[in-house]
Design a protein around this ligand. Sequence first.
Ligand SMILES: NC(=O)c1ccc[n+]([C@@H]2O[C@H](COP(=O)([O-])OP(=O)(O)OC[C@H]3O[C@@H](n4cnc5c(N)ncnc54)[C@H](O)[C@@H]3O)[C@@H](O)[C@H]2O)c1
Length: 479
Amino acid sequence: MLKLNRRGFLAAAAATVAIRPWSRVLGANSDIRVAVIGVNNIGKTHLMNFPKIPGVRVVGVCDVDSKVLGQRATEFEKEFGAIKQYADLRQVFDDPGVDVVVLAVPNHWHALGTIWACQAGKDVYVEKPCSYNIWEAGQMIKAADKYQRIVQVGIQRRSLDYMQAWFKELQAGALGKINCVRALYYNRRESIGRVAKPQSPPPEVNHDLWSGPAPTPILRNKYHYDWHWYWDIGNGELGNNGPHVLDLARTALGVKEFPRSVWSMGGRYAWDDNGETPNTHIIHYGYEPAPIIMEIRNLPERANTKENTKYRGLGVGIVVDCEHGSYVGFDKGTVYDKAGKAVREITGEVGGDSGRQVHRENFVKALRSRNTSDLNCSLPQGHLSSSLCHLGNISHRLGEPLPLAAANERIQSEPLFGETGRRLVEHLDANQIPLAKTTIELGAALTFDPESQTFPQSPAANGLLKRTYREPYVVPENV
Ligand SMILES: NC(=O)c1ccc[n+]([C@@H]2O[C@H](COP(=O)([O-])OP(=O)(O)OC[C@H]3O[C@@H](n4cnc5c(N)ncnc54)[C@H](O)[C@@H]3O)[C@@H](O)[C@H]2O)c1
């Protein structure tokens, strides 16, 4: 049973500001005791890999799905020995035997989970996107600062040293002026199907706790993972895989602030399902000295094939076009000269678990030093890259459906975006979408103020910076 209800929990959390009974300042030789929360998919890799770091002990596992919880505990115990199981994440925060929590729960839980953990004196590794919306990420930063917690965001490619070194060269002018950075996520998916009415939760799941801050209706067949494609509980493909490639794009360009504008165009095509988020989406971010353009394609290269689209040989990653050449790559890549001849390979050691292990090790280094500047993806950095996704989704959600040709015509005012739109239309045509009868959401063209992190000219967009939180799972105004 929980020792504390939410009010009691928060009161106790406030008390920890003064005395922090279970918050330890980790010394160089102390064991770090970790609990992993949310272990269906990516949480499993955290559970099985954190114990491989010297001086780290995974002591607890938590999930609201009792089947998933039991299965992961069994798998863990086979390899590493006994582990404590929790059905409610508040029990983890309440446990003085835990120093650090890993949050691999759905996006709508990231902010509240992080804030509660910080209030309880725990350090946090939170998955990307670090938040479900822009406002709550600001609250996470305030909580981490106030309670002096170490918080790493799971955008793991920031820990690939060789890639970061190459980006520094790019910014120093290795290929001259950067003209445009494209972030690509071309990954074919299938329709998630249709349900006629809200479904009952699986009996093994505590659905109230799964839903947390979000509304509870279940309009999907597959309970886990498919939440990504609903606005109340997910952030679409842009929020799902956008943070990885947009972070690479932002780092390649060397920008450490928000863009001054955002514009998008997209829709959900070919599938007859309940999903709400676009499966075809392009977004323009107004950065200097060059824009970032994001492209998402969940349809195949053409109808009746399983092939993914490629752009200049790349399906997922970034394309950086510069005055004297270009760079095309993801975890590794190729530098081309102006004539398109490959002149250099950018490569290095990705390490275990597709770069996640080196990112975990970087987190542990910062846990020991207690220095947030040791983190490769601190909350402010993760917030920036996650919020690029939120900005693109806000533009989309405030868009108007226009005939495809008319929408495409409008974006030609931005030449690079216009060229991207032309390719998008060709892609839909190749998928046998009837172009003459098809509409697309032309997203709102929004200006953004990086200082206040608001939209100076759009009350409607400001309304989407934050959500309505379902009691008692409310991200607090005062952390
Ligand atoms: N960094 C990466 O490479 C990477 C890769 C995949 C997913 N992710 C991120 O990790 C997060 C989880 O993704 P996933 O694919 O594992 O999702 P998933 O839906 O497969 O699993 C989420 C798990 O969290 C559990 N859960 C939900 N609410 C909970 C709560 N309040 N307390 C405890 N458990 C709870 C669910 O029961 C489920 O077992 C997402 O935010 C996703 O974006 C990151």
